[in-house]
Ligand binder design. Structure first.
Ligand SMILES: Nc1ncnc2c1ncn2[C@@H]1O[C@H](COP(=O)(O)OP(=O)(O)OP(=O)(O)O)[C@@H](O)[C@H]1O
Ligand SMILES: [Mg+2]
Length: 247
């Protein structure tokens, strides 16, 4: 188990935004879906240390992280992709990735090992360029990429930190169908090596790439299971699948 929560709760005043959530994240893509205001982003904020739970515990790779600050959680390899904010618009795609790879290494900078590390930076940058499918765009300024490819670059930047688990909150929001399909494909490929927790409103995409789906409704888990199980679940259909907004 990569990540696990025990009776996780978060109150905002009188509102219980996250209600006794017991989540178990294993391999592959685990999607968290639910109507607007269901508590999905709040859950991510709890998992990454940006919010402290009112009650409950969080375990990451069997270590309790409930009270750790965000930077310590991220150093443990739990990465969260922020919407494009981590991109330097005037740097090329290659430079953006290189900066991200280097900043990861800086923490353990050692003069004697620096040459070897520099070589490591080049290799790692190339590897990520390849993995996010941006090799042909390596010299393009980030600001000239389409919105979809910028999100791809953003995911590449989170890969540079060697994450053990990646959390993505609506990575396709605001994208056209083509860009969106590209990002979903990228997520699917990356998830073969690194588990991904995905919040996504495009239900077709969720059903096609998820190994596991958790449905949140008013802060609590309404249902959990594989795509076909969730699709068939009457409680889920009643709660919202019928009139669900498709991105
Ligand atoms: N900082 C906050 N202070 C007070 N209330 C908050 C705060 N953050 C979220 N909420 C409330 O908690 C509930 C859950 O919000 P959250 O953003 O987690 O939902 P969500 O499932 O991510 O929704 P969406 O699909 O619209 O992104 C909502 O009612 C929201 O208004
Ligand atoms: Mg949200």
């Amino acid at each position: 188990m990569f990540l696990q929560t025990h009776n996780l709760c978060k109150d905002f005043g009188a509102l219980r935004a996250v209600h006794s959530v017991n989540l178990k994240i294993g391999k592959g893509v685990h999607s968290v879906i639910g109507p607007n205001g269901a508590g999905k982003t709040t859950l991510f904020n709890l998992l990454t240390g940006f919010l402290k739970p009112t009650e409950g515990k969080i375990f990451y790779l069997n270590k309790e992280i409930t009270d750790l600050p965000p930077y310590e959680i991220s150093q443990l390899g739990l990465a969260r992709s922020f919407q494009i904010t981590s991109i330097f618009p005037d740097l090329s795609v290659h430079e953006n990735l290189r900066v991200a790879v280097q900043s990861r290494l800086k923490a353990s900078y050692n003069f004697l090992r620096s040459f070897k590390k520099l070589k490591g930076v080049d290799e790692k940058t190339q590897e990520i360029l390849d993995r996010v499918g941006l090799k042909d765009m390596a010299e393009t300024s980030a600001k000239n990429l389409s919105y979809g490819l910028q999100r791809g670059l953003d995911i590449g930047i989170s890969l540079a930190t060697d994450p053990k688990l990646i959390l993505l909150d609506e990575p396709t929001s605001g994208m056209d169908r083509k860009d969106s399909a590209q990002i979903i494909e990228l997520i699917s490929v990356i998830s073969k090596r690194i588990p991904i927790v995905l919040i996504e409103h495009n239900i077709d995409a969720v059903l096609s790439i998820s190994d596991m789906i958790t449905v949140l409704y008013q802060g609590a888990i309404l249902a959990e299971g594989g795509p076909s199980e969730i699709q068939k679940n009457e409680k889920v259909q009643e709660a919202y699948l019928g009139g669900y907004r498709v991105a």
